[in-house]
Design a protein around this ligand. Structure first.
Ligand SMILES: [Zn+2]
Length: 444
C-alpha cells in the first residue's frame, strides 16, 4: 500500500478546529464494543465530539453537515479498515515502567514526567482510558489536571490515588504508592484522603501481593470490619472499591463487603459459591494475566528469581479462575497491570489476547476492554461503546483483529486514535485532515 494513500479524503470545507466540524467515517467494519456482531460497510457520524450515529451505512439517512448548512464537515473513507472503541485498561500503574525488579521509585520531578510519559504511551497505543490503581505521591492527579487543561496529550484517567494496605513490607517497597492504615478508624481516614485528592475509585489490598518479596498472596491482610468500613466509607462518597485479592478468604471478605471490582482473583476457583455470588451481583473480575506471562515467557530477563517463581506457581490458577468465572457469567473487565515487571505501557492490549487464551470468546474479550470496562469504571453511560450519545473515542486498525487479537497491540496496524472526536495519535505522514488534530498529536 502506498504509505501516502492510507485514506481517501473527501474534505468538503475545513475549519481550524475539528471540534466544531461534523465528521463522517465511512466504509469500514464496525465493532462497537457492546458485543453485537461486527457490521460491514458501516458509518459513524460525529458532532461536537460525540457520536450521533454508528451502524450500517444503509441505515444512515442524513447528509453532512448535520446541523446548519453552513457548518463545516469532513468525510473520512476508511477503505475497509476496522473501527472499535478506544480501549479501556481497568488496571494500570502509571508510576511503573516495567522495571524488572518492580522498583518504581524516582525523585518527584522525574516521577511526574514518568507518569505523563507512560500515560501518553497508553494513548498512542489506542488505550484512550486508563484506571490507575496505585499511583505515586498524588502526582498522577497533577498529571491528570494538566491533560484535562489541554497542556499535554493523554488518556482519560480514572484514579485511585494510593493503595490502602495494612502495615507490611510492601509499604516500604512501594514508598509513594501505599497508604498504610490499620484499624477501622485509620481505614476510614485513608479513604477520605484519597477522596480529598480527587480519587474516582478506592483501592485496597485485602491479601498479600505477588510483587512484594515477603508477600504471601493467599494470606488475608485486612480483617472483615476494616474491609466493611472501607467499602462503607467509599460508598458514602459515591466511590466504588477496587479490591486487590488473591487468596479465597480475602476474596470472600471483599465480595461480601460489596466491592465493585476484584483485581487478580487468583484463587477464586477454590470457591464456586463466591463465583456464583459475583455473577448474580455483577461484581467484576479484572484478572491481570499479562504480567505473569511476560515474566514467565521472558528469556534472559533481569527479573529476580522470587518474582519469577511466584508467578510460575500461580499463573495456571489465575487462568483457571478466569475461565470458571467467565463460564459462570461473572462480568470481566480488561486490566493489564502495566507498569509491573516487563509489562510496559503501550502493550496493554495483549491482555485481551491472554483473556481469550484463557477461555473468553474473541468478542467477549473485546467487550472486556471496551463496554464492560466502562461499566466496571461506572462510566458506561457516556463512553466505552460506539453508540449514539457516547463520546467519540475510537481506534482504527488496518488488520483484521477478529482473526488474531494480538493485532490490537500491533502499532503498524493501528492507524489512528481518536479521543473526543479529535485525532490524538497517528502515524507520521498520514493523510489525515489536520483540522481534526487535537492540540497535541502523538506518533504511534
Ligand atoms: Zn496492580
Amino acid at each position: 500500500m502506498d504509505k501516502n494513500q492510507r485514506f481517501i479524503l473527501d474534505i468538503s470545507t475545513l475549519l481550524n478546529t475539528g471540534f466544531e466540524m461534523d465528521i463522517l467515517l465511512k466504509n469500514f467494519t464496525l465493532i462497537d464494543g457492546s458485543g453485537r456482531e461486527p457490521i460491514a460497510d458501516a458509518v459513524i457520524a460525529i458532532s461536537e465530539g460525540k457520536i450521533i450515529y454508528a451502524g450500517a451505512g444503509s441505515g444512515w439517512k442524513d447528509s453532512i453537515p448535520f446541523g446548519e448548512a453552513d457548518r463545516e464537515s469532513v468525510i473520512l473513507d476508511l477503505r475497509g479498515k476496522y473501527v472499535l472503541p478506544g480501549l479501556i485498561d481497568a488496571h494500570v500503574h502509571l508510576s511503573g515502567s516495567g522495571e524488572a525488579d518492580s522498583q518504581f521509585y524516582a525523585p518527584t520531578g522525574q516521577m511526574a514526567l514518568k507518569i505523563l510519559s507512560n500515560a501518553q504511551k497508553n494513548l498512542a497505543a489506542g488505550i484512550t482510558t486508563v484506571r490507575d490503581l496505585g499511583g505515586w505521591s498524588e502526582l498522577e492527579f497533577d498529571v491528570r489536571r494538566s491533560i484535562q487543561r489541554g497542556d499535554f496529550a493523554g488518556p482519560r484517567m480514572c484514579l485511585a490515588g494510593r493503595f490502602i494496605s495494612i502495615t507490611e513490607a510492601g509499604a516500604d517497597y512501594y514508598v509513594g504508592m501505599y497508604r498504610v492504615a490499620d484499624g477501622v478508624d485509620e481505614v476510614r481516614k485513608a479513604v477520605r484522603e484519597q477522596v480529598k485528592h480527587g480519587a474516582d475509585v478506592i483501592k485496597m489490598g485485602v491479601t498479600g501481593a505477588v510483587l512484594v518479596e515477603s508477600g504471601v498472596p493467599g494470606t488475608t491482610h485486612f480483617n472483615y470490619d476494616e474491609v466493611q468500613a472501607l467499602v462503607e466509607e467509599a460508598k458514602k462518597f459515591g466511590k466504588p472499591v477496587a479490591m486487590h485479592a488473591h487468596g479465597i478468604d480475602g476474596i470472600r471478605k471483599a465480595v461480601d463487603a460489596g466491592v465493585s471490582t476484584l483485581e487478580h482473583g487468583t484463587y477464586l476457583y477454590q470457591d464456586p459459591s463466591v463465583i456464583q455470588y459475583m455473577a448474580e451481583h455483577g461484581v467484576f473480575l479484572v484478572p491481570t494475566l499479562k504480567v505473569g506471562w511476560d515474566i514467565i515467557l521472558a528469556k534472559n530477563s533481569n527479573v529476580p528469581e522470587w518474582i519469577l517463581q511466584k508467578n510460575k506457581s500461580s499463573q495456571g490458577e489465575a487462568a483457571l479462575s478466569l475461565k470458571l468465572a467467565y463460564e459462570a457469567g461473572v462480568p470481566i473487565a480488561m486490566g493489564s497491570d502495566v507498569g509491573t515487571p516487563l509489562n510496559v505501557h503501550g502493550e496493554n492490549a495483549l491482555e485481551v489476547y491472554w483473556m481469550q487464551q484463557a477461555g473468553l470468546s474473541v468478542m467477549d474479550a473485546i467487550v472486556a476492554a471496551t463496554g464492560n470496562a466502562a461499566r466496571a469504571l461506572g462510566w458506561d453511560s457516556w463512553m466505552g461503546t460506539l453508540e449514539a450519545g457516547k463520546v467519540a473515542d475510537l481506534i482504527v486498525h488496518e488488520k483484521n483483529l477478529l482473526e488474531d487479537l494480538r493485532v490490537l497491540a500491533d502499532k503498524v496496524s493501528l492507524q489512528f486514535v481518536m479521543k473526543d472526536g479529535m485525532i490524538a495519535a497517528c502515524h507520521a505522514g498520514d493523510e489525515l485532515p489536520k483540522e481534526l488534530f487535537a492540540k497535541q498529536v502523538l506518533g504511534i
